[in-house]
Write a protein that binds this ligand. Structure first.
Ligand code: SF4
Length: 371
């Protein structure tokens, strides 16, 4: 079935959303990516890096969305599954499983499939946080509210124009993880068209059915965040110390370190930008062994995504990156790692069972990897 992804067609996208929002039979749920909260303010006169999570939720409620879910919940689930996949491969000494590359960056996935097809099989089989959150909206939130997936509209606000391509991916039953993607800039335009200003909007709360996410889920939106989340999650599962948790937080284009986790020593590297990735790829071709490679297409990760407010410069990117790390650290009082997230715990108890279960494979893993 043809599906319009509304690239460079904001008016068409707004019309389609207005139609969905006015349909009384539809449940329209929307998710917010981590990077959006520290950049949307730029469209309304706030300094870059201001954490406007609750204001953004309020804005989406004012636009008529029924439930607002935080994409970091999907990041928590992604990381929980990934940590177990990697630990199982380490336990069985499966060297052929490594290196593992992240699946969360659609720009990287598209680049890899067109330039390095042979290594694409090393991209994690676990769907991106964006798609996982869409899946949970369709198959958990819907069930709780007695709505079949055909009556659920799953929307997202992403810092990334390329995330629109993820709306092409489907479950075997024909449902989509996500139906529509609005970029950060498009959300601001949509709101302004309706006469809404973030400054005067009251704060809102995430869906009471899917309310929580952890520090690890939020930090995904900035370079090095995914690796920090992975190593923290694994250390927590193994019940071992991990030295210098914040090592990957600096904004260098390439960062590499050997990390000791109990009896395992992992070679980990993070990189952003295709040209920088080619330097890492050269090392891999020359025989360098990595366990995990985090690749982000954009400068500083998703905070520098192509759907973010323009114009952009290094100072703004640094402010967004610092703002997101600060927003993540605010979460430490609640849940630092995914497995401490109460919503994740409920989802595994009521729907998913355990990491790597049959249901987890059906709902959280890719069904069609090649784009
Ligand atoms: S790093 Fe850039 S291309 Fe990759 S998912 Fe984030 S915004 Fe999109």
């Amino acid at each position: 079935m043809s599906h319009d992804i509304y690239i460079n067609n904001p008016e068409g996208l707004f019309k389609a959303l207005e139609k969905e929002l006015s349909d009384p039979n539809k449940l329209v749920a929307i998710q917010i990516a981590p990077a959006v909260r520290v950049s949307i303010g730029e469209e309304f006169g706030y300094p870059p890096g201001t954490d406007l999570t609750k204001k953004t939720v309020g804005l989406l409620k004012a636009l008529g969305f029924d439930h607002v879910v935080d994409t970091p919940l999907g990041a928590d689930i992604n990381m929980y599954e990934e940590a177990y996949e990697i630990l199982h491969a380490l336990e069985r000494n499966d060297e052929s499983y490594f290196p593992v590359f992240n699946s969360c960056c659609i720009g990287w996935r598209l680049y890899c499939s067109r330039t390095h097809e042979k290594i694409c099989r090393h991209i994690s089989p676990i769907a991106s946080p964006h798609m996982i959150t869409g899946s949970i909206i369709n198959y958990y939130l819907g069930k709780k509210l007695n709505k079949p997936p055909k009556d659920i509209v799953s929307v997202s606000v992403m810092p990334c124009t390329l995330k629109k391509y993820e709306t092409l991916e489907q479950f075997p039953d024909g449902n989509r993880y996500v139906d529509y993607v609005l970029t950060t800039h498009e959300l601001a335009e949509f709101a302004k068209k309706k006469g809404l200003d973030l400054k005067s909007i009251p704060e809102g709360e995430f869906s009471s059915i899917l309310p929580d996410s952890s520090k690890d889920g939020v930090i995904f939106g900035v370079t090095g965040g995914l690796v920090e989340a992975l190593l923290t999650t694994m250390a927590h599962i193994l019940d071992v110390e991990k030295e210098d948790e914040t090592f990957f937080r600096n904004d260098k284009t390439i960062k590499e370190r050997q990390v000791k986790l109990g009896k395992h020593t992992l070679n980990v590297i993070t990189v952003y930008g295709a040209a920088n990735f080619e330097k890492v790829f050269k090392q891999i071709q020359e025989g360098k062994k990595f366990h995990f490679v985090e690749v982000m297409n954009c400068p500083y990760g998703c905070v520098g995504g192509p759907g973010q407010p323009l114009p952009v410069n290094t100072k703004k990117l640094e402010a967004r990156a610092a703002g997101l790390r600060k927003a993540a650290d605010k979460k430490r009082t609640l849940a630092t790692v995914p497995q401490e997230n109460p919503t994740l715990q409920t989802l595994y108890k009521e729907l998913l069972g355990r990491p790597g279960s049959k249901t987890a494979h059906e709902l959280l893993y890719f069904h069609k990897v090649k784009l």
